[in-house]
Design a protein. Sequence first.
Length: 135
Amino acid sequence: MLKVKDLRPRNKKVAIEIHVLRKDEPKAIKSKRDRTAHIMVEALVGDDTGTILMTLWDENVDAIEQGKTYFIDNAHITLFHGSMRLNIGKYCEIRPIEKKFQVDEKSNVSEKIYEESRRSNDFDKFSSGSFWPDH
């Protein structure tokens, strides 16, 4: 199980216990890819080592409540404008727990900005055109 201070960009299969400090109002968002409508909520969550912003989409918007503590398994970390976000996927488990701990609100790992590397695709290796025969 990880602590907030141990989270890194693009972590997968994250298991963590968090307390929900704040949950924002839902926002309607349109996908840039296919223009479909989605509902998104951001929440500030944390443990005794720090805080992180958590993003909830569509059917997961109501999965957590402000002021409660949860065990989350199989989450992942993404970067949004270089800032880390804890994300819940469709194979994620969210379970309320009775654990109490003092959240370290002074250390927000979402405030650190990471340089986002561009994801390569299968065509990048052909970008020089060197594989084309000369005519």
